[in-house]
Design a protein around this ligand. Structure first.
Ligand code: F6R
Length: 365
């Protein structure tokens, strides 16, 4: 079943070009985004005053990324929250709220409860899920089926990629509806989206050797920090979660600019800091944070675009990403982050597909 791979997680990481292609094919027609099958209205943006995105864990991280992009381009307020919090407060929801729930399994108890709560207050619910017969799919008004295929490893990889890509699809469809966004940008973003599977395929092959070297080092560490800004911060969150859940090494993600408000105290000689710098627009800001940690002795890994210029003496390890628009480049960074988590855990000798204390589908709260 593992088709020659040592673990399902590695198999699923390498399946991503194919699983992503399936999602794109489902939602593209004649080279244009077509969300008719989801049940979304043609001009759905007109129907809502705000968006709530609610999910857990990795699925939540896809929503955290989407908030940055949807607000930036669509100018609609977006709140993103973990379901276990959302369900026990009193969120402001009405019939002009679009509730987006994200769930690989479609059965996560907290996410389902959040969905029911928003629905009872009049929200329209759009589900992004990998299981079409799930409770979440059944109880939603609209659905983007993720089509990642069965995900066996507890740590989510290909489902995450398709969640983010589904948000990219939604973003482009929303951009089409905006008078202040040119058709040219919509066309460019669509063609960048179509390039993603091939870029991911190349990247997972190219980055392997370098990642194995870094993973070998990381396996000896006790704490690893991940930093980024904007969408890269959300990639940092996901990279840290992946690493900690399968390697059991303590990993934390911070918005890069927030470090000096406390956590910098923990950065000392040889502490690894992974800096996500896929966004060309704010690279300089991220890099100045990287220099701050380097000055305190941190061992730095920079993940950035291959044509990015920077002072090489602050960077101990470098992983290069192919060049893509700043909003979509982030998804490329997930490939080295997933592989880094995998090979670090492999070096630690942990049970990669079945980490201790965790279940694939969390159907109790
Ligand atoms: C982490 C992971 C979990 C899930 C979370 C939500 O790798 O897999 O954080 O993302 O339990 O699960 P779903 O998406 O099934 O609702």
């Amino acid at each position: 079943e593992k088709q020659g791979y040592d673990h399902f997680m590695l198999k699923e990481i390498h399946e991503q070009p194919e699983s992503l292609k399936r999602l794109l094919e489902d939602n593209l027609k004649d080279g244009k985004i077509d969300l008719t099958a989801s049940g979304l209205a043609e001009n759905w943006l007109d129907n809502y005053d705000k968006i709530h995105i609610v999910a857990c864990g990795t699925a939540y991280h896809s929503g955290a990324l989407a908030k940055y992009l949807l607000e930036d381009k669509l100018r609609i307020p977006v709140e993103v929250e973990v379901a276990s919090e959302y369900r026990y407060r009193n969120p402001i929801v009405n019939d002009r709220t679009l509730m987006i729930v994200v769930s690989q399994s479609g059965e996560t108890a907290d996410t389902l409860a959040a969905l029911r709560l928003a629905r009872s207050k009049g929200a329209s619910v759009l589900a992004l899920t990998n299981s079409r017969d799930s409770s979440i799919a059944r109880e939603s008004d609209m659905l983007i089926y993720l089509k990642a295929g069965p995900e066996i490893a507890v740590a989510s990889t290909k489902a995450y990629t398709n969640m983010v890509a589904a948000f990219y699809i939604l973003l482009i469809d929303g951009m089409r509806q905006r008078d202040d966004i040119s058709e040219e940008l919509v066309v460019n973003y669509t063609s960048d989206l179509i390039k993603l599977p091939e870029m991911i395929r190349k990247l997972s092959q190219q980055s392997k050797e370098q990642i194995e070297i870094i993973a070998n080092k990381y396996a000896q560490k006790e704490n690893i920090f991940f930093i980024g800004r904007n969408t890269d911060y959300t990639l940092a969150l996901e990279g840290a979660l992946k690493l900690k859940e399968i390697s059991y090494i303590h990993a934390e993600a911070y918005p890069a600019g927030e470090l000096k408000h406390g956590t910098l105290a923990l950065v000392e000689e040889n502490v690894p800091v992974v800096a996500l710098g896929s966004r060309a627009d704010i690279f300089a800001k991220l890099f100045s944070n990287l220099k701050e940690v380097k000055a305190r002795g941190a061992e730095t890994l920079l993940i950035t675009e291959e044509n990015q210029k920077f002072e090489a003496d602050s960077v101990d390890y470098l992983i290069e990403l192919p060049v893509l628009n700043k909003d979509f480049a982030g998804l490329l960074a997930i490939i080295p982050l997933q592989l880094l988590a995998y090979y670090t855990a492999l070096n630690c000798g942990e049970d990669i597909d079945q980490p201790r204390n965790l279940a694939k589908s969390v159907t109790v709260e």
